[in-house]
Design a protein around this ligand. Structure first.
Ligand code: GDP
Length: 404
């Protein structure tokens, strides 16, 4: 697991970031660094607006909290179990990504507005997609709303909530209980109702907000990933809770794809040479990258605290499985230097052949190449460490053995 994964240099081109190649060809390193800085800043500000609607009591707030990795009892939590009386729209930002907003929209039935007026009132244009939640079969109102959303050329997904309740009830009442059989029946029922109402091949997902890793939530995640425009995918991915190994690996791949830009940026700035490292690297860029990894994997202190309360595992026990010196720490230049110094001279930081292979692609001058390769290898190493920690924490939170 500690092997550093290198990208195939043919998988990307400097053209991906307009202006960088041109700047480097003109030997305008400051210009290239500026373009990269711009990209790195912009990628953190991509807005994602998710509209969650359904009748009061359907499980909207609980779903929003689970998605954000926030415990229902948390003070940042959307209030649950309170009966709505007004047309109140509340937004809940993701605790790590304030540009990812979850909107708790009142059920269309509670508002008495026709679907088109309802959508105008909630300002439907701003939403990337809608989730329509019901804890029973979907109703005429849900159908009408979905049809109107479709007319507005927006995407919508049906979530049938509280599936854990159904499963438990069936377990108790049926002698020859089969999980697949029960789930299949519930889904069929939902789809039938929606099709009868006139929705063609509705997308229905069976979800328990108390156990997002079970039932259809992982499938909802994949569907959203497929259907979102490319530039929004990472925003959704990074704000997803670590519901399975696949998500952790996808986050890792997405971070890995960004390392080339950090490395060109670092080489272009070619900060202060560090004597024992013998090359100049830009430590502030490294701090930014590693902070991104830590937060994206939910390994910063506040994320771990939230996980501790949603999973019901003491904070200290989660921290006990961490092996990297970076997790649960504030990432600073000092910490990065400390960890780097530990690896200097080891093969982990040597500019291996693999790393050098794509230096020509960027047209980097020789003087910059060493810095590029060092940053590339260092960030790949840090990313691997944190991804491994994320897997261990994930297993610990589920009560599995973290070392297998
Ligand atoms: P809202 O009015 O649509 O926001 O619904 P809430 O999120 O407040 O949920 C209403 C009630 O259903 C609360 O008591 C929740 O604890 C419960 N609930 C919500 N989601 C689930 C779920 O997935 N499983 C179970 N068992 N209960 C749930």
């Amino acid at each position: 697991a500690n092997k550093i994964k290198m990208e195939n240099p043919l998988d990307f081109y400097p053209e991906e970031l307009p202006g960088v190649k041109e700047a480097l060809e003109k030997n305008d390193q400051a210009g290239a660094a500026e373009k990269i800085q711009e990209y790195l800043e912009k990628k953190d500000k991509i807005p994602l607006n998710i509209g969650i609607t359904g009748e009061s009591g359907a499980g909207k707030s609980t779903f929003i909290n689970a998605f954000r990795g926030v415990d229902n009892r948390d003070e940042q939590a959307a209030p649950t179990g309170i009966v709505e009386t007004t047309m109140e729209i509340t937004q809940y930002p993701h605790p790590n990504y304030p540009n990812v907003l979850f909107w708790d929209l009142p059920g269309i039935g509670t508002t008495n507005f026709p679907a088109d007026e309802y959508l105008k009132l909630v300002e439907f244009e701003k939403f990337d997609f809608f989730v329509i939640i019901s804890d029973t079969r979907f109703r005429e109102n849900d159908v009408k709303l979905a049809q109107e959303i479709q007319k507005m050329e927006k995407k919508f997904y049906f979530v049938r909530s509280k599936i854990d309740n159904d499963v438990n009830a069936e377990k108790r009442s049926q002698r020859d209980f089969s999980l697949e059989g029960s789930l299949g029946k519930i889904k069929e029922n939902c789809i039938e109702g929606l099709e009868t109402g006139g929705i063609k091949s509705p997308k229905v997902f069976l979800v328990s907000s108390f156990d997002l890793h079970l039932y259809d939530f992982p499938c909802l995640q994949k569907t959203l990933e497929k259907e979102l425009p490319a530039h929004k995918r990472d925003a959704l991915l990074f704000s997803m809770p670590n519901i399975n190994m696949e998500i952790i690996n996808k986050k890792k791949e997405a971070f890995q794809a960004q390392i080339k830009w950090y490395s060109v940026g670092s080489a272009a700035v070619a900060g202060v040479p560090i004597p024992w490292l013998s090359v100049g690297v830009d430590l502030t860029l490294m701090v930014k990258a590693v902070t991104d990894y830590e937060v994206g994997f939910g390994l910063n202190e506040s994320s771990l605290e939230r996980l501790s309360s949603t999973a019901g595992v003491p904070y200290d026990e989660l921290c006990a499985v961490l092996q990297s010196p970076l997790a649960a720490e504030k990432i600073t230049t000092d910490l990065i230097l400390k960890v780097l110094s530990h690896f200097t001279g080891t093969t982990a930081l040597m500019a291996a052949e693999e790393g050098s292979r794509f230096i020509p692609i960027f047209g980097l001058p020789v003087a910059m190449s060493l810095s590029f390769a060092t940053t590339y290898r260092a960030l790949s190493l840090f990313l691997n460490m944190l991804a491994d920690d994320a897997q261990r924490v994930f297993k610990k939170a589920l009560g599995l053995n973290p070392s297998v």
